[in-house]
Design a protein around this ligand. Structure first.
Ligand code: 6LW
Length: 534
């Protein structure tokens, strides 16, 4: 069955996966965004639904003063004897912690903090039900992967700490996971750092604390020598076996939007089939060299209900990554996340009338380390069209609108502005420490009774912003829009950020210094990707 990577596109890094019966659950890191650690569910590993978050209370996730890309680093999700566990790191709070629940669709526990530094914690249960912890760490001055026995409910350390690996030759050994198969303990880790040298290696031992022997064909996945591929920086992986006995690897990767070594969609979640060779070592994909492709063919599990043949007549399991946020639904769409901990009094959701009013404060999009009034969802593809409707009448905000938003240093936005001369349509770009309003189009008193229909069209080069003044709340209204400005993908790319960041571009509804109301919802369609030569 053919499928297309990434299977969870857009800023969904550091994936970890577990299986319960025919159900797969996958989590990602979320850094300064709240709620934290999304839970995606699937039965075929290609169609994924966001069902909720592990960390949806401030008592679980304190992000006060969190720097850009601080907060929640890589998580691990595991299931053992009826209990789900998620272990991760809040680098802005007290470090490594574990939460648990016996119902993944209900609340998770408050954190059990673990007295171990480092990042990328993981859990492994042995056949005797003993639970082991591993993460990056520093033992007696040696950096590497640290492991010990743990009580996964309380975080209590139950054994000495062991340095079980310093990696298989790469720098930055991280993202460790331990598995047991055919009597061997397998230790899989990411090396090389999460950029273009990223790769995944595996080792094995007859003892959980080692010594471990490296796989002869390490790295098991790497694109660091596959420069012509659009996919780069593959690594930070997790292994899972499906109910049919087939094995799979989920891992992060990036997609370059052009020949340049730049990416704006963030690190995304990819999938590849795994087979075990006659020597008991995993082989990822089928290129024979640890590389993968955007479209792959593999024996997918579960209900393959959305199958259409591709141009050559081969069965292809498609996934729909369009986004339709409807303000008439009972609760705010789960895909909308806040920047750091929100003051919920600033978000007035009116499902009866199908509108969302944002109460802007003096914290603007440019403000570092704070929680502006903003709600964001992840940009899933290069070629998209977004539509939203802003209610001009009765708005009091100095600015409210829609942004292509990476963080407070990098964003482009179209908005209804208000100044001493009245209301206007504005377009603003902010990159590094430079920001400017590049369009300021007055709205007449009469037109203030109309709504502002805004559009953002994206491709592999730029974000194009346009608008129309219209007496409609219909997102599909066929109304000619006027282009007001554009901004390059390069200005919102991770490689261009002035501090090391790990996130990706979002589409964001925001308000500053007063209220602004959005009507109906937000629609994002995915357009055909152009033929491009990297
Ligand atoms: C993640 C770690 C990493 O926890 O980046 O560079 C961190 N490697 O594996 C954030 O994704």
């Amino acid at each position: 069955m053919l499928f297309k990577n990434p299977v969870i596109p857009g800023y969904n890094p550091d994936p970890s996966i577990c299986r319960v019966g025919d159900d797969f659950y996958l989590v990602n890191s979320t850094f300064e965004f709240f709620p934290g650690v999304p839970i995606y569910h699937s039965r075929n590993l290609v169609n994924w639904e966001l069902t909720g978050y592990c960390l949806n209370r401030r008592s679980q996730l304190e992000l006060e003063g969190c720097r850009n890309s601080g907060g929640i680093y890589a998580p691990t999700i595991r299931h053992h004897k009826g209990m789900f566990y998620m272990i991760t790191t809040n680098v802005t709070d007290k470090g490594n912690f574990v939460v648990h629940t016996d119902n993944i669709n209900k609340e998770w526990s408050d954190p059990a903090w673990i007295d171990q530094g480092g990042i990328d914690p993981s859990l492994f249960w042995d056949d005797d039900d003993c639970c082991y912890y591993c993460s990056t760490g520093n033992l007696e001055g040696v950096r590497g992967i640290v492991a010990f026995k743990i009580n996964p409910m309380t975080g209590e350390i139950l054994s000495d700490k062991h340095l079980i690996s310093t990696g298989c030759g790469g720098q930055c050994a991280e993202g460790p996971h331990i598995y047991k198969k055919d009597g061997w303990y397998y230790l899989m880790i990411a090396e090389g750092g999460t950029e273009y040298a990223h790769r995944e290696t595996i080792q094995r031992s007859k003892n959980v604390f080692g010594p471990y022997t490296p796989c002869p064909h390490n790295p098991i996945i790497s694109h660091k020598e596959y420069k012509k591929s659009e996919i780069q920086a593959t690594g930070h992986a997790d292994l899972v076996e499906d109910a049919n006995g087939n094995w799979w690897l989920v891992f992060l990767g990036i997609r370059r939007f052009s020949h340049a070594l730049l990416h704006n969609l963030g690190r995304e979640t990819f999938l590849a089939p795994v087979t075990w060779n006659e020597d008991g070592w995993p082989v990822v994909g089928y290129n024979g060299n640890g590389t993968i492709e955007l479209v792959m063919d593999a024996p997918l599990p579960g209900m393959n209900d959305t199958i259409t043949d591709d141009a050559t007549g081969r069965p292809f399991l498609h996934a729909d990554h369009s986004v339709n946020i409807d303000f008439h639904r009972d609760a705010i769409d789960k895909r909308l996340q806040f920047t750091r901990n929100p003051d919920m009094s600033h978000y007035i959701y009116d499902s009866k009338n199908g509108c969302l009013t944002l109460r802007g404060t003096d914290i603007t999009l440019n403000e570092p380390g704070k929680s502006p009034t903003v709600l964001s969802f992840k940009q899933p593809e290069f070629t998209t069209s977004l539509k939203a409707v802003l209610k001009i009448k009765d708005s009091t905000a100095k600015r409210f609108g829609v942004a292509a938003y990476y963080n407070n240093d990098y964003h482009y936005e179209i908005y209804v502005g208000s100044d001493e001369n009245g209301k206007y349509v504005g377009f603003y770009k902010h990159i590094h420490d430079m920001g400017a309003e590049l369009a300021h189009i007055p709205i007449s008193k009469e037109d203030e009774n109309l709504n502002l229909l805004v559009k953002i069209d994206t491709d592999r080069e730029k974000y194009t912003f346009s608008y129309a003044l219209a007496d409609t709340t219909n997102l599909d209204a066929k109304i000619a829009c006027h282009e007001i400005g554009s901004g390059l993908n390069a200005g919102l790319s991770t490689e261009g950020t002035r501090t090391m960041t790990f996130t990706g571009t979002l589409f964001s509804l925001f308000a500053e210094n007063g209220n602004g109301t959005f009507e109906t919802g937000v629609a994002l369609t995915i357009n055909p990707d152009v033929d491009y030569k990297l």
